[in-house]
Design a binder for this molecule. Structure first.
Ligand code: CTP
Ligand code: MG
Length: 381
């Protein structure tokens, strides 16, 4: 399906109040127009995104959306859409999405639903299901009628059409006729239409207070500071080296474990999982699963790192403590920090590796095994 799009942005935004037209005002720091232009640009064939704007704004629109073809707006939305459809003539797409620049909360899911509906009908549009009852009133606020709410919806954009069909529908519309949306033009012309669920975020910026409301709706969830803690211990056994933080350190014994028994990285993996409430290392890498036998702990740590990232998190710093009488960790500390920083993609000063003995007390003091503790700080929603 060759897709084209018309983004209408030629209005003067009278109801949104003083200042520049609403489509150029910033929403969460990004001009309103750019929000949906960027999404539509990714869907259309080359040259298939037309932005309809007032000619005196052409330079500005070209700077904001360099990939768009510009068309001059008319006195009304209806005329602006006509100009946009005409500008798409050279591209002649199979379907066209007609969208209000004043609806920046466009989503890929809504575009997908509209395009899907166009396989069933020559016209399609998203709707916002209404929670409130609908009442008809006059200019003084007097109640005139109580239409049944059943089956009534509020229509949004982008509205999609078979390109040739909507061009014909507009051609058949009286030159002076004014409509509020393109679905109405298609309906007058007798085109069958399918409506699909839209999105709350697609509400149109119309009144001054709409900006704050939409910013609240579109704001990413705020990140909070989280901490995670982890602990691990492994028993010494036969061998000539231990692996700590991915680094092989010669020793008179090895560490017993299902994987490479890298206690500090196991503790660190648990700490990262803990910081985002994602269970523990055993949940993700069951010791009963043969595929993790002898596995390098780098795999576990990288998995926890990716999981933090997938949840929108950012690791702030990590602090490791290794507890043993031997081997001596201090000569290797720089290497241990370095390899941990590399896996986590952190600057060296955000990674700390410390070592201590337990003064020959307890299991580490008796040199039965080695233990490690990890603390991490993560910024995540
Ligand atoms: N629009 C347009 N050309 C016009 C009028 C409107 O391209 N002559 C566009 C607007 O830029 C907006 C969309 O149509 O993206 C919906 O219109 P509306 O919300 O009414 O915007 P404005 O006309 O700019 O606002 P107002 O009616 O408050 O002046
Ligand atoms: Mg208007």
């Amino acid at each position: 399906m060759r897709i084209g799009a018309v983004l209408v942005a030629a209005g003067s935004g009278v109801r949104a109040g003083a200042g520049e037209p609403k489509q150029f005002r910033p929403l969460l720091g990004r001009p309103v127009l750019v929000w949906s232009a960027a999404l539509l640009a990714r869907r259309v064939v080359p040259g298939g995104l037309v932005i309809v704007a007032a000619p005196e704004q052409f330079d500005r629109v070209a700077a904001l959306a360099p990939q768009a073809v510009l068309a001059p707006g008319g006195q009304t939305r209806t005329q602006s859409v006509r100009a946009g459809l005409a500008a798409l003539g050279a591209v002649n797409p199979d379907v066209v999405l007609i969208h209000d620049a004043a609806r920046p909360g466009l989503t890929d899911a809504v575009i997908d639903r509209v395009l899907e509906a166009l396989r069933l009908a020559p016209a399609a549009a998203p709707y916002a299901p209404g929670a409130d009852s609908l009442r008809q009133i006059d200019a003084e606020g007097r109640l005139l009628a109580c239409p049944p709410r059943e089956g009534l919806v509020r229509v949004q954009t982008p509205q999609g059409f078979t390109y040739s069909a909507i061009v014909d529908a507009y051609a058949a519309l009286a030159a002076e006729a004014e409509v509020t949306d393109d679905l109405e033009v298609a309906h007058h012309f007798g085109l069958a239409a399918r409506l699909v669920p839209g999105a709350q975020s697609l509400q149109k910026l119309t009144l001054p207070e709409d900006f704050a409301m939409l910013e609240a709706l579109l704001s990413p969830p705020a990140a909070i500071a989280r901490i995670g803690a982890g602990f691990d211990a492994h028993r010494f056994g036969p061998g000539d080296h231990v692996v700590l933080c991915g680094v092989k350190i010669p020793h008179t014994a090895g560490l017993l474990g299902h994987s490479d028994a890298d206690a500090p990285w196991h503790a660190l993996t648990d700490a990262l999982l803990g910081a985002v409430g994602a269970g523990d290392i055993g949940d993700h890498f069951p010791p009963t699963d043969p595929q993790w036998k002898g596995a390098p702990s780098r795999v576990f740590l990288a998995h926890a790192r990716d999981l933090v990232q997938a949840r929108g998190g950012q690791i702030v710093n990590v602090d490791l403590t290794i507890i043993c009488e031997a081997p001596r960790v201090k000569p290797h500390r720089a290497a241990l920090r370095q390899s941990t920083a590399e896996v986590l993609g952190l600057a060296l000063d955000r990674v700390s590796v410390k070592a201590t003995t337990t003064e020959e007390m307890g299991f580490t003091g008796r040199r039965e095994g080695l233990a490690a503790m990890a603390n991490v700080s993560v910024l995540a929603p």
